[in-house]
Design a protein around this ligand. Structure first.
Ligand code: ATP
Length: 238
């Protein structure tokens, strides 16, 4: 609890038209933490992730990361600062090879490319077997691992993952979450959105529950998991 805050979101308001989707979000992530962001469909989780990554302009409020004000920075500058989003829907380049997809993650800083690709292949051995295939031919789980590997190639200091388990079989989800748990144990700071609330809470240190663009609950993962009313209202019956 006494580790420093690295990401601070204050009174963040944003939306797509005149109507805001986020109505003043406050959220903090400390170094080395895994924080889960939970809530029903349409609560605003993806919108928040996109705002953090500079893909969605804040109307009011601020975003600070490691002492730098990110609120008005363009998305590339935010990536360069080490805040990296793996977006919802595992957006790999289907016509490119697995290797080229991985390499694309390092476009801002291609130093030690081969060494870093090798690290990713050790982390996700399934990708090595498919290295020269088109990414579009991978299974959903392999594509999600590829999306995470591409994100890691950008040398994140905080990794934002939007719904990594979406549409994956339970066995594949377990494999993916094991990889996330390993990343966390290596010291990576992670902000995770996932519909699999029970799984996300099993890994996370703390959680926020978002409803209608507002934080309606926050606490340690254990506290949130033990709250029956929350489980009924927001966390689904997974
Ligand atoms: P989900 O799990 O379904 O992705 P979410 O919590 O991530 O839900 P958001 O995707 O952030 O929710 O959506 C929040 C609200 O913003 C919803 O009402 C949605 O319809 C609206 N919204 C999202 N993207 C856009 C867009 N590009 N243009 C207009 N409205 C949008």
């Amino acid at each position: 609890a006494d580790t420093p805050e690295v990401l601070g979101v204050g009174a963040l308001v944003t939306g797509y038209g005149a109507e805001p989707v986020l109505h003043g979000i406050d959220l903090q992530v400390r170094r080395g933490e895994m924080v889960a962001l939970l809530g029903a469909n349409g609560a605003g989780k993806s919108t928040l992730m996109r705002a953090l990554a500079g893909l969605q302009r804040p109307v009011r409020g601020g975003i600070h990361f490691e002492g730098v004000d990110l609120t008005r920075l363009p998305a590339e500058a935010i990536v360069a600062r080490g805040l990296v989003l793996v977006p919802e829907g595992r957006q790999v380049f289907g016509e490119l090879s697995v290797l080229d997809n991985i390499r694309l993650g390092a476009f801002l800083d291609p130093r030690d490319m081969d060494k870093r690709v090798e690290e990713m292949l050790q982390r996700f051995p399934r990708l090595r077997e498919r290295l020269h295939q088109r990414a579009g031919l991978l299974s959903g789980g392999e594509q999600q691992m590829l999306a995470v590997a591409r994100g890691l190639m950008s040398r994140p200091r905080i990794l934002l993952l939007d719904e990594p388990s979406l549409g994956l079989a339970p066995k594949v989800i377990a494999e993916l979450f094991a990889a996330l748990d390993r990343l966390r144990s290596e010291g990576m700071t992670i902000l995770l959105v996932d519909q699999m609330a029970a799984l996300a809470l099993a890994l996370a240190d703390r959680a926020y529950v978002i409803e209608g663009g507002r934080v309606v609950a926050q606490g340690t993962a254990a506290e949130i998991a033990a709250d029956d009313a929350l489980a009924q209202a927001y966390l689904g019956a997974h």
